[in-house]
Design a protein around this ligand. Structure first.
Ligand code: ADP
Ligand code: MG
Length: 296
């Protein structure tokens, strides 16, 4: 006996590195007609590295800025947090145990390090214009972002004391995958990111994506998905992070990048790319389409 086409397609997608969770999920995938992709960890490798450490005041040297940041970031699973902790280890900077850690998705982290209230994350969201040194922090962050890097600000007791520049690499094959998604859906893929506009534009250009939306909180990614669906599209959302989970859930269908993906994204998505090859996404879409044509 031959396998029913939908089951055969699920098995075939599995051989191509995509675990589709159910026949219904495959059906939704087959019907999707607009791709939305997260940036960090989806179009990029999500293994960023700290490339710059810029102190903003005279009382904290570069190593001290890094030490504060690494201690505060240590409990976080965010790719930027891992980059900061790795940078400290590489430079032989001791990573202290922080207290009262909390993470705000799309913003950054906060913790008490050696008696100081330390915050690390997005300059646009963490630097209060009234804080001493705010102007310097903003212009330094803009200079880093102009080169496509992600600027991470380090605050001690509300005062910006340093900036970290973090650079990520494109996934090889990102542009090919995007081109195939465009051809399969017949619509322009869109980039949705919490990162800064310059980093978003640079990655969009490298991936050949015509539309990028930046500075998005998780709920903004959801709103973007709803916007496309209200315009009559069935969105295929591709993401990896905790911050993508609400958009993965809101979309008609979704695929999570597995290798470095967060548990919440893997649980939420309709399908999971097991390795780290983005080409598996258009391949899964194409297999789902073919199976549905056989069934219909
Ligand atoms: P993306 O949508 O590209 O995957 P995120 O939503 O995960 O990006 O993060 C958006 C922004 O929030 C980051 O560019 C960074 O500025 C800030 N951010 C979030 N978490 C952290 C963290 N743990 N450390 C530093 N910055 C963070
Ligand atoms: Mg991400």
């Amino acid at each position: 006996a031959t396998m029913p086409p939908m089951l055969a397609a699920i098995a075939n997608a599995g051989r191509h590195g995509v675990l589709v969770k159910s026949a219904r999920a495959l059906e939704r995938l087959a019907r999707s007609d607009r791709a939305a992709l997260d940036k960090t960890g989806t179009l990029t490798e999500g293994a960023p590295r700290v490339s710059d450490i810029l102190p903003l005041t005279d009382d904290f040297a570069a190593e001290e800025v890094l030490a504060l940041a690494a201690a505060a970031e240590h409990p976080s699973e965010h790719p930027l947090a891992r980059a900061v902790v790795a940078a400290a280890r590489e430079r032989g900077v001791a990573v202290e145990t922080a207290a009262d850690f909390s993470a705000a998705v799309g913003r950054g982290v906060r913790a008490v390090v050696a008696g100081r209230d330390v915050a690390v994350g997005a300059p646009q969201r963490l630097v209060d214009d009234a804080a001493p040194g705010a102007a310097r922090a903003r212009s330094g962050a803009a200079a880093l972002e102009d080169t496509g890097k992600t600027a991470v600000v380090v605050l001690a007791d509300g005062r910006p004391v340093g900036l970290l520049g973090v650079a990520d690499r494109m996934r090889p094959g990102a542009a090919d995958a995007v081109a195939r998604l465009r051809a399969l859906t017949g619509t322009e893929p869109v980039l949705l990111t919490g990162d800064n506009p310059r980093a978003a534009e640079l990655v969009a250009a490298q991936a050949g994506i015509g539309e990028a939306r930046s500075g998005l909180l998780p709920e903004d990614k959801v709103a973007a998905v709803h916007g496309f669906e209200e315009a009559g599209h069935r969105v295929l959302m591709v993401g990896d992070g905790i911050n993508d989970a609400p958009a993965l859930a809101a979309a008609h269908t979704s695929i999570a990048m597995g290798r470095a993906g967060s548990d919440l994204a893997l649980e939420t998505a309709d399908a999971v790319v097991v390795g780290d090859d983005l080409a598996a996404v258009p391949t899964a879409l194409s297999l789902a389409r073919r199976a549905r044509r056989l069934v219909a």
